[in-house]
Structure formats: C-alpha cells, structure tokens
Ligand binder design. Structure first.
Ligand SMILES: NC(=O)c1ccc[n+]([C@@H]2O[C@H](COP(=O)([O-])OP(=O)(O)OC[C@H]3O[C@@H](n4cnc5c(N)ncnc54)[C@H](OP(=O)(O)O)[C@@H]3O)[C@@H](O)[C@H]2O)c1
Length: 146
C-alpha cells in the first residue's frame, strides 16, 4: 500500500502500515507514472482530483472519495463514474447501526488503528472546529461528553 502525506506525518503513517510513502510537499502523486487499482481519497483537493482519476488509476480501477465538496460527492464523481472508463464511489458518513457495529469490531480487533490528534470537552466545540478548519489535524479531533 502506498500512502500520501506530508513530511511531518511520514513516520506516523509508516507505523499505521504503509509500505510506500509519497511526501506531497515534495512530489505529486499524479506525476510519478505509477497507477493503482484502488485509490482512497481522504483529502478531496478539487485541483488534484481530475489528475488523480486520469493519471493514477489503472483501467477498471476504483476511486473511493471520502472527502471533497458536496458537488464532487453528489454530482461530479457519479457523473465521471457513469461516463468514464473507471469507477468512482463517493462515500458519506457511516450512519447505520450495522455499520457502527462493524466499525467497532474493526477497532476492537486492531484492523483499524485510530489516530486521535486532540480531545476537547463539549463546551470547547468552537475551538475544536477552529482547529479542524485549520486543515492540519493529524488524524481525528474528538469531543468528549461527560
Ligand atoms: N465522507 C464523510 O462522511 C466525511 C466525514 C468526515 C470528513 N470528511 C472529509 O474528509 C476530509 C478530511 O477530513 P479531516 O478531518 O481528516 O481533516 P483535513 O483538515 O481535511 O485533513 C488534515 C490532514 O490532511 C493532510 N493533508 C492535507 N493535504 C494533503 C494532501 N494533498 N495529501 C495528503 N495529506 C494531506 C494534512 O497534513 P499536513 O497538515 O501535514 O499538511 C493533515 O494531516 C475533509 O474534506 C472532510 O470534509 C468526510
């Protein structure tokens, strides 16, 4: 598995299980010539999205978009999937009980390793949102409810 992250996150991402790393501050993943069967996009940079789809997916590859704008998620992604050679799956937050139980199992068995950057108490939600909006949270920001 190849992962893309910044210099400061290289070691953390390696520890999560990445075999190959690309530092996005030094190289553009869409310009390496390497193609992939599956791309999981957790960033959703609109400037990069088309290049990722055209330059980095194998024929019949799948691009799963977790991030990005609503336009990308609801219209552009499904449209490109219908008209292009590759498949794009857009993905919104897990909400069903079954999905939550499956996620719980993945966490309990260690198949998913959570990375929690900061925790904030409920009353400090505005501060937590401000931190998240800065665009540099390393993993998740958690709100604790007592
Ligand atoms: N579909 C859903 O249900 C769902 C749910 C939650 C969130 N989202 C979306 O998922 C996206 C990620 O959210 P987030 O909470 O993780 O916060 P975020 O602020 O988008 O992500 C911050 C992290 O991304 C890294 N990063 C920034 N640009 C990158 C790039 N080009 N390549 C690789 N890494 C990059 C940053 O590293 P540096 O700080 O070192 O640059 C930082 O570690 C957002 O667009 C959010 O809206 C979707």
């Amino acid at each position: 598995m190849t992962a893309v992250c910044s210099t400061r996150n290289l070691e953390m991402v390696r520890a999560l299980g990445a075999d190959h790393l690309i530092d996005y501050t030094r190289a553009d993943v869409t310009q390496t010539g390497q193609r992939y069967d599956l791309i999981l996009d957790n960033v959703g940079d609109p400037a990069m999205y088309k290049r990722l789809y055209e330059n980095s997916l194998n024929p019949n590859g799948i691009c799963v978009i977790v991030a990005g704008t609503f336009f990308l998620q609801l219209f552009q992604g499904p449209w490109m999937s219908l008209t292009g050679r590759n498949k794009i799956v857009t993905y919104m937050t897990v909400t069903t009980k079954e999905d939550m139980l499956f996620l719980k199992e993945l966490l309990e068995t260690g198949k998913v390793k959570p990375v929690i950057d900061r925790s904030y108490p409920l009353r400090e939600i505005p501060e937590a949102i401000r931190y998240l909006e800065g665009g540099h949270a390393r993993g998740k920001v958690v709100i604790t409810v007592e």
